[in-house]
Design a protein around this ligand. Structure first.
Ligand code: CA
Length: 622
């Protein structure tokens, strides 16, 4: 996408108009955004032009109906020009001939292309993700290799390719995901979140994707921009949504704009290297020092990931336009925003507002790896009367995750063990809309849930019962359905290849036949509940009523006017028998139940029995 082809007709016209014009695509090595659209709300576009030449004296002009140049910015680095274009509502799609007068004697014309905006935004694409969905998080390099020709790409810095290494490239790609969309559909997920797919041309450990080196290009080891767009389209045709993972806080040290910075304050520069403290408290602490606050937000996430200064207005435009570009180009349905809490929060509000104004259905949720409901709530739309108010719709609900993990790993006490999910949800009063939070049992940075619960299949199942029946948007991590194990020390141990995803794999766990009996139990447990959830209004969007856990048994109901689901989790290492008298308020009018986990009718709901750490899901019947 770096160098756009000039259409033949416009090239001829321009060549005639400006005999001195040369092929401008060869002159500029980066034009961002590489093209734009008519009919966008973001109609004042700031285009970055970069060349290995001095642009200090350059002037830019154009004649195109409905388009005018508002301003041309010369910045510290003479290799850059920022050109502000106003695209009026009556502008037609086509090539805008931008005439660059580089020097008195050197002129060239760059045809900047305008496409028509997709009329299906919000209807068949850019749909948003909500509590009716079930998200599957996967890492493309480690999920499936659908194209072995792109495993190693000549010219890229990381030439590793070794499936036995935790940090090397393994060869998985977008085609591998496309090839398994039917598998995901069959499992019962409705949305795919891939860890970032943009170019990471770093020398080492480039597989994880969180160190962008080009914001407008899918990493060639994963595929092409066109293939990414095709993946989204095919997923949509199958009723699956796609979430794009974006990073606004930092980039890779090999990013082309880091190698030749537009201006010094494009990045957070420190006299000597300063890491972020990873401590978010100073951001809201009434007693915080300014230096602590600055270190949290402006310190670097790692020495290899330069920290972006989003208070720089050129960079702010760059990031916002890039995100809008990807939604309009590929039609993705949501953004998961990496390292959200390390970004400049005023910029993030500006970013969120711009994206939601352009795509009102889009969902945005941020990574908020903090400890405590209050710290987490600070970063999302909340009911706290604080000087700073976030407009972020949802978060990755780490507090819910920790609580559920503790339910099966901590000793039961007044505030610990099975009571933790209950206590955590009781604090939902701080959120504007907790249903927009993404809940999960693990992710690519955390130990896998099966290992967390000590490889206890019943605890594993009950954790998934909580995931698929609680409030919010459930998200699972690839391979959990086949009981993949791993403690996240280091990360690579929880990012192993999905067996069967590579040509020549000796086992294929994408099929029943390739899975062990226990793995099939796990797979079908998730599949059953996920499919039930798809047609259960109460689980998808119902209200929640929960009861104070007694005897270490946690009981709650999800309900609408038409359906009521009862869920019970046994937090004891013993079998329990529980009278349902205490839940009369929720059971009023019901006599029987459909046992969702065992597919049988329960004729008497006055009492239930649960094995150690077992769970039940009852669809109540009159
Ligand atoms: Ca490949």
């Amino acid at each position: 996408m770096k160098k756009l082809m000039m259409s033949i007709s416009s090239a001829i016209t321009l060549a005639v108009t400006h005999p001195a014009a040369i092929r401008a695509q060869q002159f500029f090595d980066h034009v961002c955004p590489s093209f734009w659209w008519t009919g966008m709300k973001w109609s004042r576009v700031q285009i970055l032009f970069h060349a290995e030449e001095n642009l200090q004296l350059a002037q830019v002009s154009t004649r195109y109906p409905g388009v005018k140049i508002l301003q041309v910015h010369h910045v510290e680095n003479p290799h850059y020009l920022f050109v502000d274009l106003q695209i009026e509502p009556d502008a037609k799609p086509g090539d805008i001939p931008l005439l660059f007068k580089i020097t008195e004697r050197r002129h060239l014309v760059y045809p900047y292309h305008l496409y028509p905006r997709n009329p299906d935004d919000g209807k068949t694409r850019a749909l948003g993700v909500n509590s009716r969905d079930f998200i599957y998080l996967l890492m493309p390099d480690r999920f499936a290799n659908g194209d072995t020709l792109n495993d190693r790409v000549a010219g890229m810095l990381d030439q590793s390719l070794n499936r036995d290494s935790l940090t090397a490239r393994h060869g998985g790609d977008l085609q591998g995901v496309i090839d398994h969309l039917d598998y995901l559909k069959d499992l019962g997920v409705t949305a795919i979140w891939m860890t970032p797919v943009l170019e990471n041309n770093e020398a080492h450990a480039s597989y994880h994707g969180y160190a962008f080196t080009d914001h407008y290009r899918v990493d060639p080891r994963l595929g092409t921009n066109a293939l990414y767009k095709k993946l989204v389209e095919q997923a949509h045709q199958m009723g699956l949504k796609v979430i794009q993972d974006i990073v606004l806080n930092h980039v890779g040290e090999q990013h082309w704009f880091v190698r030749d910075l537009p201006m010094k304050d494009w990045l957070h520069q420190w006299p000597r290297y300063t890491n972020t403290s990873y401590r978010e408290s100073p951001l809201f602490d009434p007693y915080a020092s300014s230096s602590d606050k600055k270190q949290m937000s402006d310190g670097w996430f790692t020495p290899f990931m330069p920290d972006l200064n989003q208070r720089n207005p050129y960079l702010a435009n760059y990031l916002i336009q890039n995100a809008i570009w990807w939604v309009e180009y590929a039609g993705v349905d949501a953004f998961r925003i990496d390292t959200y809490i390390y970004c400049d929060l005023n910029f993030m509000n500006q970013f969120n507002a711009a994206l939601l104004r352009e795509f009102p259905h889009l969902h945005l949720f941020g990574e908020t790896w903090v400890h405590g409901v209050l710290p987490q709530a600070y970063f999302v739309r909340n009911k706290l009367n604080m000087p700073f108010q976030s407009n972020l719709p949802g978060v990755c609900d780490f507090q819910w995750c920790f609580a559920v993990q503790h339910a099966f790993t901590e000793k039961n006490g007044w505030t610990s063990g099975i009571v933790e999910p209950y206590l955590t949800l009781a604090q939902d009063f701080v959120y504007q809309d907790p249903m927009k939070n993404v809940i999960f049992l693990d992710n690519h940075d955390m130990s896998r849930i099966y290992s967390v619960v000590g490889q206890d299949i019943r605890k594993f199942e009950s954790a998934f019962t909580l995931l698929l029946t609680s409030r919010g948007i459930p998200q699972m991590y690839y391979g959990d359905e086949i009981l993949m194990k791993g403690i996240s020390a280091p990360d690579g141990l929880v990012r192993k290849d999905f067996p069967g995803g590579w040509p020549g794999d000796t086992v294929n766990k994408f099929s029943d036949a390739g899975r062990t009996e226990t793995e099939n139990i796990a797979f079908h447990f998730i599949q059953n509940l996920a499919h039930f959830r798809q047609q259960s209004e109460a689980l998808r969007e119902g209200k929640l009523m929960q009861y104070v856990p007694e005897g270490n048994v946690y009981v709650y109901f999800r309900y609408t006017a038409h359906e009521s689901i009862m869920v019970a989790i046994n937090g004891n290492d013993d079998t329990v028998s529980v009278s349902t008298n205490r839940f009369a308020e929720s059971l009023h009018g019901y006599k029987k139940a459909f046992d969702v986990l065992h597919h049988q009718m329960i004729e008497d709901i006055s009492r239930f029995h649960l094995p150690p750490y077992g769970s039940l899901v009852w669809q109540l019947k009159p």
